[in-house]
Design a binder for this molecule. Structure first.
Ligand code: NI
Ligand code: MN
Length: 225
């Protein structure tokens, strides 16, 4: 899998010839202004929840290639009503897509659209292509379930929020990584707004103390996982 980071909690995964765009929030993000949005043509758009900082650019990218929006039932229904192609899921459910196996899990957060529309529960995803099992938590607090997911899904890479205030902080994300059994974490959901400004050096220390690699990418950077 190839991962390209676009700032905040937005990133693209290339897997089995498909482009999966997660939590699109690029055009309103000052820190992502160098990202070339024209070069991003997703086949699927995955939404962890409906907050504006995860969905602002859903319609923009969905229009390009009739991308399929994947999200929890109520979130998918909202986009279906707008005329977008959707694949609704719900917590605990798995579906074999053409890009791999996707499971939706719970997140400890909240979720509603900017217009106040109900968006169901917030979610996280496990994406498995038989080589890599990647976990993206979405916005969440630290949860005891993460230990269970280590046993059940054996993830080898995690994408976790580290910005505090709206989600867990770096210290808790390092504990989450330990509970999940992953040795590599991409940190997201930090520095975008005043509420989530962090000290990157001290964030790193929480992970290195546990022998875990915290990866922090500049928007536009790509890694192989
Ligand atoms: Ni949120
Ligand atoms: Mn958020």
């Amino acid at each position: 899998m190839k991962l390209t980071y676009f700032g905040h909690s937005c990133f693209q995964i290339e897997v089995n010839g498909k482009n999966l765009l997660f939590d699109p929030f690029i055009t309103p993000n000052e820190l992502a202004k160098e990202v070339d949005v024209n070069a991003i043509i997703p086949d699927y758009i995955l939404c962890s929840h409906a907050h504006q900082d995860h969905t602002a650019d859903v319609a923009l990218f969905a229009a390009k290639k009739q991308a399929t929006v994947i999200g929890i039932w109520e979130l998918a229904a909202y986009y279906q009503k707008m005329g977008l192609k959707t694949h609704p899921m719900n917590i605990g459910g798995t579906w074999q897509f053409d890009f791999g196996n996707l499971k939706m899990v719970q997140a400890a957060h909240s979720s509603s659209f900017v217009d106040g529309a109900y968006a169901g529960n917030p979610a996280g995803f496990f994406l498995n292509n038989n080589q890599v099992c990647l976990y993206y938590s979405g916005d969440t607090a630290l949860m005891a379930e993460m230990s269970l997911w280590k046993e059940l899904y054996k993830p080898n890479f995690a994408i976790l929020p580290i910005g505090d205030n709206f989600t867990m902080n770096a210290e808790e994300a390092a504990i989450a990584a330990q509970m999940l059994g992953v040795k590599k974490v991409l940190g997201v959901h930090y520095d975008t707004f005043g509420y989530i400004t962090i000290n990157k050096e001290s964030a790193m220390v929480h992970f290195t103390n546990k022998g875990i690699d915290l990866i922090l990418l500049a928007p536009g950077n790509t890694i192989e996982i």
